[in-house]
Design a protein around this ligand. Structure first.
Ligand code: FDM
Ligand code: MG
Length: 211
């Protein structure tokens, strides 16, 4: 962990709508923490490199059609296939900065009309984040940011419903950051949240998602 105390790493998740700035902020946070000498890796879900991830990627690019529940379970499986590696990294003292996690899984599928309880069920037993940073940006504003890339879900009406579901998922591990502030301001807030989280969770047990 760079601190030399031998504690575990932190599981830090960034969530938010498409074009909320998550990926840029993850990259900035990652290089900041690495620069501080903290063992840190940047992860993202979906992880499009695995065979499950390739199916997800094709679905998102509209190159394949899948039933709503089927794609939901693939997104979940894509986290499950990474769970043991995630656990060993964290226990070994590496902090993970993760771009999207189970909250995306539930919010996006629930926005299609699937039952929330059903959406949460396959996430039970995955590792619980120590900190979830939600980059809060109005769906209309996000859409203005250079537009969407043409993937499935990149439509304002849909993103509005996703935002409502994200809202209902907020719990004590969430910190909401105003993603419409200048990039440097957001970056500064994330640095502080992350540093506090890393030092606080060194001696804390890893737990599973409480769903
Ligand atoms: N997405 C992402 C889901 O629908 N479920 C999930 O479990 C995850 C992790 O995939 F629209 C959606 C959210 C987004 C799309 O994500 C691709 P990226 O961050 O744009 O690659
Ligand atoms: Mg996207």
């Amino acid at each position: 962990n760079g601190g030399g105390k031998g504690g575990r790493g932190a599981l830090i998740v960034l969530e938010g709508l498409d074009r909320s700035g998550k990926s840029s902020q993850c990259a900035r946070l990652l290089s900041f923490l690495q620069g501080k000498g903290c063992a840190t890796e940047g992860w993202r879900f979906p992880d499009r490199d695995t065979s499950v991830g390739k199916m997800i990627s094709a679905y998102l690019a509209n190159e394949s059609q899948l039933d709503d529940r089927t794609i939901h379970l693939l997104f979940s499986a894509n986290r499950w296939e990474k769970r043991s590696l995630m656990e060993s990294k964290l226990l070994g003292g590496t902090t993970l900065v993760v771009d999207r996690y189970s909250y995306s899984g539930v919010a996006f599928s629930a926005a299609k009309g699937l039952d929330i309880g059903w959406c949460k069920a396959p996430e039970v037993g995955l590792l619980a984040p120590d900190l979830v940073i939600y980059l809060d940006v109005q769906p209309e504003k996000a859409a203005e940011r250079g537009g969407y890339g043409g993937e499935r879900y990149e439509r304002v009406e849909f993103q509005k419903r996703v935002a409502e579901h994200y809202h209902s998922l907020r719990d004590s591990t969430w910190k909401v950051v105003d993603g419409s502030l200048p990039m440097e301001t957001v970056e500064e807030q994330l640095r502080e949240l992350a540093m506090n989280c890393i030092s606080e969770c060194q001696d804390k047990q890893l737990t599973n998602l409480p769903w």
